[in-house]
Design a protein around this ligand. Structure first.
Ligand code: PLP
Length: 380
């Protein structure tokens, strides 16, 4: 089986499991406890926080551990918007993950916020001029994702953040898909908040982190015992945080090499698919894209049927976002890129981990051609 759905989730790496194991067994303490068992856990949590902070180039106190990317996005959008007295206006892009767009919609429905949604062009890029035009005196937050989970387009985050800052507006980016592939220095990006998720990086599901710049007021979403400096209550997932740090350390050593190799493999794969499947069209930006994601539409087929044919041939991929898998609705991201609902239903996304080789992707390209032909010949 060749697993090409890493944008949905990845396996926990053995080294990561080994790093977290002690914090599930003998060092199982609650970091808030004032005894040695608790202190051991607190030290591990502090060490994990320092690793995440070093990776992002921020202070450890600016890292809030969460239960994943969804919670990090919720905390960023709701927490910054409700903590900021500037006003009740948000700006997001039209291709955000539901964790961002639904959080913005919650603020609209229950807290009287107005939400401006920036359209993207046919490649999935946000226009910096459109952001400048959308900002108002009462804008409390701009949120534009770093890299899109369906089509892989990478946004000009630094440029967008600078535009928001010129007007004094904080900027959040969802970096869940960019993590592990692109530089996440929050200083270079100039962002005030950034979301991460462990399970896209070889850590388990259920751990994530939010970077929030120290001076930004943040209203908590979860209330309780006041952990994470009053920003996120709940007993900390120490083993998860240790796992996230271990996955970061592991991935970062090879990040540039992996990204370079994945880019070469991706370009070979895209060229092979486009050369062998006459109807295939790559979605997203042709060059400003994640190294290990390639998404196509195959007009005249059905994406679900192609997926089934691929799985019969030993290739596991997806139609797009795992959250929308199985739904009959066309992907809102592909519609936002200007595709018709009919063409959007023919999408197949391939996303892989650094272990997948160019040779395997060449095999996949052959399987894609065979699967599309099979589906076409059966009229499915
Ligand atoms: N943001 C993006 C861009 C994602 O791709 C995902 C997961 O697919 C999330 C947020 C949510 O992350 P999690 O699954 O950790 O809640």
């Amino acid at each position: 089986m060749i697993y090409l759905d890493s944008a949905a989730t990845t396996a926990v790496r053995r080294e990561v499991l080994e790093a977290m194991w002690p914090y599930l067994t003998e060092s199982f303490g609650n970091p808030s406890s004032h005894h040695t068992v608790g202190e051991t856990a607190a030290l591990a949590l502090a060490d994990a926080r320092a690793t995440v902070a070093a990776w992002l180039g921020c202070r450890p106190a600016e890292v809030v551990f969460t239960s994943g990317g969804t919670e990090a996005d919720n905390l960023a959008i709701k927490g910054i918007a409700l903590g900021n007295p500037r006003g009740r206006h948000l700006v997001i892009s039209s291709i955000e993950h539901a964790a961002v767009s639904e959080s913005a919609d919650y603020l609209r429905r229950l807290h009287g916020f107005e939400v401006t949604t920036l359209e993207v062009d046919g490649d999935g890029l946000v226009d910096p001029g459109a952001l400048a035009a959308a900002l108002r005196a009462d804008t409390t937050l701009v949120s534009v994702m770093y890299a899109n989970n369906e089509v892989g387009t990478v946004q000009p985050v630094a440029e967008l953040a600078a535009i928001a800052h010129e007007r004094g507006v904080p900027f959040h980016t969802d970096a869940v898909q960019a993590a592990g592939w692109l530089d996440l220095s929050v200083t270079e990006l100039g962002v005030d908040a950034l979301s991460l998720s462990g399970h896209k990086l070889g850590a388990p599901k259920g751990i994530g982190a939010l970077f929030v710049r120290g001076r930004l007021p943040l209203e908590p979403v979860l209330h309780g015992g006041g952990q994470e400096r009053e920003r996120r209550s709940g007993t900390e997932n120490v083993a998860g945080a240790v796992a996230l740090a271990a996955a970061i350390r592991l991935g970062d050593t090879y990040r540039e090499r992996n990204a370079a190799a994945a880019t070469i493999a991706r370009d070979g794969f895209v060229a092979a698919v486009l050369a062998t499947v006459a109807s295939a069209r790559l979605t997203g930006h042709p060059t400003r894209r994640l190294p290990a994601t390639a998404s196509f539409v195959f007009p005249g087929t059905s994406g679900e049927s192609v997926l089934l044919e691929l799985e019969r041939r030993g290739v596991v991929s997806s139609s797009g976002s795992a959250c929308a898998a199985g739904s009959d609705e066309a992907s809102p991201v592909l519609l936002a890129l200007g595709l018709s609902a009919e063409v959007a239903q023919t999408a197949v996304r391939f996303s892989w981990s650094p272990d997948v080789t160019s040779d395997q992707l060449r095999e996949v390209a052959v399987a894609v051609a065979a699967a599309v032909t099979e589906v076409g010949s059966l009229g499915r």
